[in-house]
Write a protein that binds this ligand. Structure first.
Ligand code: CP
Length: 320
């Protein structure tokens, strides 16, 4: 049977990918995330929407931003939150992960947030949990990082004034990037004017993927007239030694410098999902400069995760 992220009542139950989610749902989540934003220095938004719900964060790969923001999002909505960093040295089709899930499910965890390097683990787990339990992806292999896609879309909507007619350029190691894939699904669904991809040929995605994006052969071509540029790091953990570009060469050809940023629109904003490699894909003067919205993205990440957690909890509470 084909896997669906929706429950029998048509409400989002799991969030494993943005692929196939309708634009009105994405817009609803972005609008709700806006409600959770507060001016800098203010106390954060809080509610009791998740009171009585237990969220379990299970990360088998390192994370700073996603893990901390899911934890804060859950706590600010009144959930009980537990964090586990699990080292799974050997497993077949997620079976060891499933044992961990069953153990935590028996303790009353309702909502699992999972990051895992193996493709398919999230769907496998989602197919085995009890009916009231939800799975949210915090990153799946090179395939999907849905809440990152939402926060990137929110940053572009807020700082570029919408999606229609806007040009967004994603630069770097697209081949190994779950961030790029989720951004592609979010932005194309939401009606971005043009999505451009650029990077070294060996780090571009295989032909057949990202078919609604335009591939550029130079950074200069990619940046010309862009409204937003998203820089990606080289995902060394997902490539063989022989595939890795030499750092100085990479920076010379693909690094975002102030001069190169000058080729884009004057108010072009700079995004990066983090962690950044300063002096490789991005210069510090750009990362910390006036066009950078990188720290804002981190703020939006908490708001977006609050919106997603609340939406999924509402669906469960509405239908028992
Ligand atoms: N952007 C992102 O996923 O960052 P972390 O790996 O720190 O969670």
């Amino acid at each position: 049977m084909h896997f669906t992220q929706f429950n029998a009542h048509g409400h989002l139950r799991h969030l494993l990918t943005l692929e196939g989610l309708p634009a009105p749902l994405l817009t609803q989540l972005l609008d709700r995330a806006e409600d959770f934003l507060r001016p800098g220095g203010s106390l954060p938004a809080r509610s009791t929407a998740l009171a009585g719900i237990t969220v379990g964060n299970l990360f088998t790969e390192p994370s700073t931003r996603t893990r901390a923001s899911f934890e804060l999002a859950g706590k600010r909505l009144g959930a009980d939150v537990i964090n586990l960093e699990i080292q799974l040295s050997s497993r077949v089709k997620g079976e060891t992960m499933l044992d961990t899930i069953y153990t935590l499910q028996a303790m009353g965890v309702d909502l699992f947030v999972i990051r895992d390097a193996e493709a398919g683990v999230h769907e496998y787990v989602a197919g085995h949990v009890e009916d009231h339990v939800s799975i949210l992806s915090a990153g799946e292999a090179h395939l999907s990082h849905p809440t990152q896609g939402l926060l990137d879309a929110l940053a572009i909507r807020r700082h570029c004034g919408g999606f229609a007619g806007k040009t967004v350029t994603i630069v770097g190691d697209l081949r190994h990037s779950r961030v790029a894939r989720s951004a592609y699904h979010a932005l194309t669904t939401l009606g971005i004017g043009e999505l451009r991809l650029c990077g070294p040929a060996q780090l571009l995605p295989p032909a057949g993927e990202f078919h609604r994006a335009r591939r550029c052969t130079t950074l200069e071509e990619g940046l010309a007239g862009a409204d937003a540029v998203m820089m990606l790091r080289i995902q060394r953990e997902r490539m063989a030694e022989a595939e890795m570009p030499e750092v100085a060469d990479y920076h010379a050809q693909w690094g975002l410098t102030p001069a190169r940023l000058g080729l884009a629109k004057r108010d072009c904003v700079v995004l990066h999902p983090g962690p950044m490699n300063r002096g490789v894909e991005i210069d510090s003067t750009v990362a910390d400069g006036p066009q950078s919205v990188i720290q804002r993205q981190v703020t939006y990440g908490v708001a977006v995760r609050m919106a997603v957690l609340e939406h999924i909890a509402n669906g469960r509470l509405a239908h028992g």
